[in-house]
Design a protein around this ligand. Structure first.
Ligand code: NAI
Length: 303
């Protein structure tokens, strides 16, 4: 399918594994231009010296951060339930009690572009922000803590770190056990940050009071497709969707007009630069991942 082409354009749930890369390489594809920021779906070690990989490192951090807050507000103030009730002329308040966000402690895990934007929104609500990041920002106006301290202190935990071997299933039985009873978990980052079965167990016993999930471990099977005429075969997803204190959205946190425009512009520029033999400033390689930026420093291509 890729024979005769020079580049391919891929999105978050396209699996660019070693086998796919071998085929792309054999077919003469020189560039995989990702239309997204995260690149955990690409075997970047295998891609090295075979095909260049570019991404859109930032398009609208605010879009994702605002969606994270939308999930939190909806869950906490039960807007999803109230919406359904009033449509059926049910004006009862039973079960709709939330809590003030003002004065609550929010734990932000990953304080890059999106985590910082989310922290700012939370500050606007009068919340106390505590954060964890491998590389704390020197100019942060919130306190960094250890992960364990965050698990212990936070009323709300929002995930904004990338998915990698270190962060996969960082929310699991053990970490959930350290959290406050009734904690709210918001995940707009990557589904595999959470061990879904552990989350379901924690919701069932009340440890987790609400979960807002824009991403899901097995989302590539379902998200971005209409399955409304099918019986969903993923029991964990069905269980989550059936819970009144869980909201699942289908990886749409990025979906604003501004973000779409920025994604298109940067992706087209990445491709243009490749065809014009210019430096690929948005290239990513496995060495960039290890050291923040590889020794080519984006003044030359990664290989
Ligand atoms: P970023 O690269 O600006 O920030 C990521 C932060 O995570 C960095 O500060 C980094 O030091 C930190 N980090 C790395 N490893 C960590 C670890 N083990 N523990 C804690 N922190 C760690 O990325 P950005 O733009 O803020 O995006 C964050 C994530 O959001 C992306 O990796 C992607 O998975 C997700 N995303 C989701 C979207 C959606 O539509 N739901 C759209 C865009 C991004």
């Amino acid at each position: 399918m890729t024979k005769g082409y020079d580049a391919v354009c891929a999105f978050v749930n396209d699996d660019i594994n070693a086998d796919v890369i071998d085929v792309l390489y054999e077919n003469g594809i020189g560039l995989v231009a990702l239309r997204c920021a995260g690149y955990n779906n690409v075997d970047i070690k295998h891609a090295y010296k075979r095909v260049h990989v570019t991404r859109v490192p930032s398009y609208s951090p605010n879009a994702v951060a605002e969606h994270a807050m939308a999930l939190l507000l909806t869950l906490n103030r039960k807007i999803h339930r109230a919406y359904n009730r009033t449509r059926e002329h049910n004006f009862s308040l039973e079960g709709l009690t939330g809590f003030d966000l003002y004065g609550k402690t929010v734990g932000v895990i990953g304080t890059g572009k999106i985590g910082r934007a989310f922290a700012n929104i939370c500050k606007g609500f009068g919340m106390k922000v505590v954060a964890y990041d491998l590389y704390p920002a020197p100019d942060a106006d919130f306190e960094y803590k250890t992960l364990d301290e965050i698990f212990k202190e936070a009323d709300i935990i929002s995930l904004h770190c990338p998915l990698n071997e270190e962060t996969r299933h960082m929310i699991n039985d053990e970490s959930l056990g350290k959290m406050k009873d009734g904690v709210a978990i918001i995940n707009t980052s990557r589904g595999q940050l959470i061990d879904t079965q552990a989350l379901i167990r924690a919701i069932k016993c009340g440890k987790v009071g609400m979960a807002g999930l824009d991403v899901y471990e097995e989302e590539s099977e379902f998200f971005y497709e209409d399955h409304s005429n099918n019986i969903l075969q993923d029991d964990a997803l069905v269980t989550l969707i059936s819970m009144p204190n869980v909201i699942v959205t289908s990886h749409q946190a990025f979906l604003t007009k501004e973000a779409l425009q920025a994604i298109a512009q940067t992706t087209l520029k990445n491709m243009r630069d490749y065809f014009d033999d210019k430096v690929l400033v948005n290239e990513i390689c496995y060495r960039c991942e290890e050291y923040g930026i590889c020794d080519m420093g984006h003044t030359k291509n990664c290989f």
